[in-house]
Design a protein around this ligand. Structure first.
Ligand code: GLN
Length: 542
């Protein structure tokens, strides 16, 4: 029987439910269990694809092209859980399915209502992850208990235990235990209220994870256990991570979180599977933490983008840089520079520059200026999606002399449309649904820098873009030294550009940041950070 863990949050938002869910998934996998993960978000957008990064942080893209919440990035970085469209649900997507069914007359004349029709659809979404080989499904419910819009989700997970059996459903609630400086004490009341709200709708949490700024005393833990009706061993503390988010699983493990979950499911039903008796093997994870805490050096990387000041907008990029730092035994110090206020002197002393993806023309000239600066000054450069397009534009303008070269996204009447809509290239007139999304294969040029990094010639990477390198300019750009290092298997779509006359200048049309893990850094991020280390050693050596 598949076991279910439901993760809810209370008191305030942004407590790090996604990180906690991912950490628990990682610990359970380390115990030998097959884990599946999903996020259920109460907002009305069908998916986060249409939301500004200011609102909700980066849009995370899956292999199957689903545009999802950034928490799914944590799931993929921490676990092996295969993710798909079934891992990402919103109120909008749930209603869309119900309303489509209603229009097709599938409800046979009945009144369509939140209970049971919406709640049934939510339960179906949860069950969609059940497969023969899945031991545990972790469903994270977005939002905060007490919000009007999360009610149908909470009602559904309450009902879920009626069908699946209470012994197969574990409710984990994450709350905040604030520290009041004036009275120098931790306050447990908000947690009590939050659990009270959950119990009003019929959910008694089994495990409580308390986000704290200060260590909790045994007395405070007992008080929470008593008032919230929980075994005190199931009151777990999650302090703010000191060095890195990758400490969170270890902190939770040390307090026995994975053991408590296993005791809940298997001691109740008996028949503890053999492998669960063993403690988890966390050697790799301890290795990562060790390298993170003892870097041999520091490199400075500038991220020049539209949302550089917004910490969640390029979440996966920052994480990928950290992963490459772990691999290279260096601390990667990232400076976010908003491209619309770029002053090139800010790039002084920088060991590498990354221009990330984006939409819209704000700050575009700043990005192009940054590319020129790093190309001319031989500073390692990594352009991702729009960043790669900026590299093509810059090269066309300043090396090939194609003055005014641009992307038709920003200048429809440019004399040199070096980046154009894909469909213009393919002579398709219908512009609907033109975004190229999800994993697509590519082949690399054997002698390219990218092929050396990957160590193979066939790759698959995730995409999210509408515009493309214009093949009409391939010859002139290549002749001047902007090499095509990777294309789609039919050779039609340019995936990677590089210049040979430079220590590390790589632009990719895809998003490598969605496929990097702390235990397995992405080869291009690895190569970029290694180049930054080389640059630093050259510039600082006497
Ligand atoms: N705006 C560009 C395009 O649509 C780049 C997209 C991106 O960077 N994700 O092609």
């Amino acid at each position: 029987m598949t076991k279910h863990i439901f993760i809810t949050g209370g008191v305030v938002s942004s407590l790090g439910k996604g990180l906690t869910a991912a950490s628990l998934g990682m610990l359970l996998e380390a115990r030998g269990l097959a884990v599946r993960m999903q996020k259920l978000d109460p907002y009305l957008n069908i998916d986060p694809g249409t939301m500004s990064p200011y609102q909700h942080g980066e849009v995370y893209v899956l292999d199957d092209g689903s545009e999802t919440d950034l928490d799914l990035g944590h799931y993929e970085r921490f676990t092996k859980s295969p993710l798909s469209h079934n891992s990402s649900w919103t109120t909008g997507k749930i209603y869309l399915n119900v309303l489509r069914r209603e229009r097709r007359g599938k409800y046979l004349g009945k009144t369509v209502q939140v209970i049971p029709h919406i709640t049934n659809e939510i339960k179906r979404a949860i069950k969609s992850l059940r497969t023969q080989d899945a031991d545990i499904i972790i469903s994270e419910i977005g939002g905060t208990v007490g919000d009007i819009e999360s009610l149908p989700f909470l009602e559904s997970i309450r009902q879920f235990a009626l069908d699946a059996g209470r012994e197969n459903c574990l409710y984990l609630h994450l709350t905040l235990v604030p520290y009041l400086k004036a009275s120098a004490e931790l306050k447990t009341k908000p947690t009590q209220h939050s659990v009270g709200r959950l119990r009003e709708i019929g959910i008694q949490p089994d495990i409580l994870i308390c986000r704290t700024e200060m260590p909790m005393s045994d007395a405070e833990r007992s008080k929470i256990g008593l008032f919230c009706n929980l075994d005190v061993r199931n009151v777990i503390e999650e302090p703010d991570a000191e060095f890195s988010i990758y400490e969170v699983p270890i902190t939770l493990h040390k307090q026995g979180l994975d053991q408590r979950v296993i005791d809940f499911f298997w001691n109740k039903t008996g028949g503890l599977p053999m492998q669960l008796i063993q403690p988890p093997d966390l050697t790799d994870w301890f290795g990562i933490l060790d390298r993170l805490k003892n870097p041999k050096d520091t490199v400075k990387i500038a991220v020049v983008g539209k949302y550089a000041k917004h910490k969640d907008a390029y979440k996966s990029i920052y994480e990928s840089l950290d992963h490459a730092g772990i691999k290279n035994s260096v601390k990667v110090k990232v400076t976010g520079i908003p491209s619309d206020e770029l002053d090139l002197s800010k790039l002084d002393g920088i060991d590498g520059v990354l221009v990330p993806g984006g939409f819209g023309d704000r700050g575009i000239e700043g990005k192009i200026d940054a590319v020129r600066y790093v190309r001319e000054n031989k500073i390692p450069f990594f352009g991702i999606c729009l960043g790669m397009q900026c590299a093509v534009i810059e090269f066309a303008r300043n090396v090939c002399g194609l003055s005014g070269a641009h992307s038709t996204e920003f200048d429809t009447s440019t004399a040199h449309p070096v980046i154009t809509l894909m469909d213009e290239q393919r002579n398709v007139t219908d512009k609907g649904g033109t975004m190229r999304l999800g994993s697509q294969p590519a082949v690399l040029a054997a002698d390219s820098r990218s092929a050396v990094c990957y160590g193979k010639l066939k790759i698959a990477e995730r995409h999210r873009h509408r515009f493309e390198y214009n093949n009409a300019y391939r010859e002139v750009l290549q002749k001047s030294g902007l090499l095509v290092a990777g294309t789609s298997p039919d050779g039609q779509l340019v995936e990677i550009v590089e210049t040979a006359e430079h220590p590390w200048f790589v632009g990719v049309q895809f998003h490598p940041e969605f496929k990097s893990q702390p235990t397995n850094p992405h080869p291009l991020f690895d190569g970029f950070v290694a180049a930054a280390v080389r640059r630093k050693n050259q510039t600082t050596s006497p």
